[in-house]
Design a protein around this ligand. Structure first.
Ligand code: PLP
Length: 263
């Protein structure tokens, strides 16, 4: 018997430690029962304590990976993670446009959990002008939302102001993730869609093993969209998946460890 799996393409960087990036995306997508495909934007040499090196793909080769994927097993959703240069962003945007990609989730990855920069200077503006117009959902964390909106965030009202400002740059929904800073006991996320604010509540899970949380969430959202959920359902389901993977309490490595995708 044959059956068709829904497919998600992850366009992102490889994380040699297996916790974040392409590796987190593949684990998430397959754990949720979909088929994972990839276009690797960069190789990173890293472990749970930090990033030792980054080796960028060429824009042409990222585009070649996208063309090969779209020509065969056409993805039902696309997740975009680490993109370290403006030329890579432009190549990806052009590939998405020419293949008419649907259900694009953009995770504006700027800094690794360990603190190392994953995006070059000036790339943020290209990301906003080239990729945000193609997104169905963008998923900044607090620090990324501050950088994208110019709003300094220390309260939920600030999160709403930042989301509103970011939404002017995309036709998609804006999910501002509250996992960092604003409230020490909560991890409430704000989903801003067409002028409406919806708070999605979450209890903060006390753990230092959070490496790959953002990658996992954006991949899981892409999975929901690939399966035909609306944005709200896809986000709620994805948040539940991340909470389970954090709460499972995998404790590996000497630094900020990975999530457990087998929970
Ligand atoms: N992409 C790559 C390749 C990474 O190495 C990282 C973090 O180290 C990220 C994305 C972002 O990770 P997180 O999901 O923890 O924000």
């Amino acid at each position: 018997m044959t059956y068709a799996l829904k497919s998600v393409l992850s366009i992102a960087g490889s994380d040699s430690s297996g916790g974040a990036g392409i590796q987190a995306d593949i684990k998430t997508i397959e754990a949720l029962g979909l088929f994972a495909q990839t276009a690797v934007t960069a190789l990173t040499a890293q472990n749970t304590t930090g990033v030792a090196g980054v080796f960028e793909s060429t824009p042409e080769f990222v585009r070649a990976q996208m063309d090969a994927v779209f020509a065969d097993i056409r993805p039902d959703a696309v997740k975009i993670g680490m993109v370290s240069s403006g030329d890579l962003v432009r190549a990806i945007a052009s590939g998405l446009r020419s293949h008419g990609a649907k259900n694009v989730v953009v995770d504006p990855v700027m800094v690794a959990t360990s603190g190392s920069a994953l995006m070059g200077e000036g790339v943020k503006d290209v990301l906003v002008s080239e990729l945000f117009p193609l997104a169905r959902v963008v998923t900044p964390n607090i620090l990324e939302a501050e950088a994208l909106s110019g709003v300094s965030i220390s309260s939920k009202a600030d999160m709403e102001r930042a989301a509103q400002a970011i939404s002017a740059t995309t036709p998609g929904a804006v999910l501002v993730k509250g996992g960092h800073d604003v409230d020490a006991t909560r991890a409430d996320d704000l989903l801003y869609t067409e002028g409406n604010c919806m708070w999605i509540s979450g209890v903060r899970i006390e753990t230092s093993n959070t490496h790959g949380t953002g990658c996992t969430l954006s991949s899981a959202i892409a999975c929901g969209l690939a399966e035909g959920c609306d944005v709200e359902d896809a986000v709620v389901r994805a948040k539940r998946y991340v909470a389970g993977a954090l709460a499972a309490g995998l404790d590996m490595g000497q630094g900020c460890g990975p999530l457990d995708h087998l929970w």
